[in-house]
Design a protein around this ligand. Structure first.
Ligand code: MLT
Length: 408
């Protein structure tokens, strides 16, 4: 008899996006002629940039030669990609990150879900609420929480409500917590943290010896250059923060898979006896044991996004999605919907009309407008009464979706 990890039974619902997919499939099966517009999961729709495609082709050709063939890659990533990351994502903004502080991976979903493995089983944690479901669900699976209460709050997690009143950017709590998940630009609310917001979080983490797990998967969507793209733009963050970034949204890699995590060697945790241990060393051990690097072809593709052509082409993709976001935001606001986000993020956070629950809003829009979004409550209890609309789609579909939402 193989006993199961019963922590999985604590999970209050199926993973959000498959549940949405199930409902949409059921509707499509019952209504085969329906022209459904999908603005639910934040999945990119534009084809890969030509510079990326060229780099992949060239890398495939190399792999077919005696000289260019490569087997297992370096665990942390090839130097050509690490150098591109260091130069473009960090040095260009005045930040020095060493190559051995970067861990190339196959996605920020995995990174944000796996990083909890290197922390103590009884570590305390906080999330802003609503938040990307992976942060909470993976800690539930790991047994770091109790069960969910009637409102969907898991015992043992500190939830900081992200509300209209605080601009969806909660301030740090007064108490000490060991791990804090932060995401900016935020999924799902589309809010973006200012330098002052992040300074407050870094000061809090340093005061309480906490570690911030900073998810910057949407950094490329920030439109105002004075806003921080990396938490390391804040002094002291290299002592207390781990950062995750991804090529998924910034370069259309959701199906290609490449991301990275930065763990400065100065970020530490402690053993029960108080000895300091570098988290970089622990994650390095974990990464080398459970992961065999991202394929060479994919790392070449990611590195191509840092070339001048790659930069221009991928930035054009981001502009396309951000124009969609602007249209959704302005179009719905003009029709008296209450909307947030969408200015530095590809997500619009809409208050549900007529006090509907998030799932009622989902069902109404699917059945009446054939538009798919994401119920805010799927991201946490404080998301109830909100609905997330993604800007990842064609201009035509976005314009049609706006018309249909307004008409229904
Ligand atoms: C989302 O829609 O929240 C994201 O696409 C999920 C993800 O990036 O895994």
């Amino acid at each position: 008899m193989a006993r199961i990890n019963e922590n999985f039974q604590k999970l209050a619902a199926g993973y959000l996006f498959p549940e949405i997919g199930r409902r949409v499939r059921a509707y499509a099966d019952a209504n085969p002629d329906a022209d459904i517009i999908r603005l639910g999961i934040g999945d990119v729709t534009l084809p890969l940039a030509p510079a990326v495609v060229d780099a992949m082709h060239a890398a495939v050709d190399e792999m077919g030669t005696d000289k260019g063939f490569r087997g297992y890659g370096p665990e942390n990533g090839y130097d050509f990609l690490l150098d591109g990351i260091r130069e473009h994502d960090y040095r260009a903004r005045g930040i020095e990150i060493d190559s051995d502080e970067i861990f190339v991976s196959d996605g920020s979903k995995q990174d944000s879900g796996n990083i909890q493995e290197i922390f103590g089983q009884d570590s305390t944690l906080l999330v802003t609420d609503p938040s990307y479901p992976v942060y909470v669900d993976t800690n539930v699976m790991a047994g770091r929480t109790g069960g969910a209460d009637d409102n969907g709050y898991y015992g043992g997690i500190k939830y900081l409500p992200a509300t209209e009143e605080n601009g969806f950017i909660p301030t740090p709590p007064s108490e000490a917590i060991e791990l804090a998940y932060l995401c900016s630009p935020n999924n799902p609310t589309g809010a973006v943290a200012t330098r002052e917001n992040l300074e407050a979080w870094v000061a809090w983490a340093k005061e309480h010896d906490a570690v911030i797990l900073f998810d910057a998967a949407y950094d490329a969507f920030i439109q105002d250059d004075s806003l921080p793209r990396s938490i390391y733009e804040i002094e002291g963050a290299k002592d207390c923060a781990i950062e995750m970034r991804s090529f998924s949204k910034r370069a259309g890699f959701t199906g290609v898979r490449c991301a990275y995590m930065v763990i400065p060697k100065t970020v530490t945790g402690t053993t029960a006896s108080g000895e300091r241990v570098a988290l970089n060393q622990l994650w390095g051990r974990r990464h080398a044991t459970k992961f065999n690097s991202v394929p060479y072809v994919i790392q070449r593709a990611a590195a191509a996004t840092f070339t001048p052509e790659g930069q221009a082409q991928t930035q054009e993709q981001v502009r396309h999605y951000m124009e969609n976001a602007r249209l959704i935001r302005d179009g719905l606001a003009a029709a008296n919907f209450t909307v947030f986000g969408g200015e530095h993020a590809p997500y619009i956070w809409m208050r549900t009309p007529d006090g509907q629950t998030s799932w009622d809003c989902f069902d109404t829009l699917l059945s009446r407008a054939q538009v798919v979004g994401t119920p805010g409550s799927g991201f946490g209890p404080s998301g109830e009464g909100y609905f997330r609309i993604s800007a990842f789609n064609s201009r035509e579909n976005v314009e049609e979706a706006i018309r249909r939402i307004i008409a229904n």
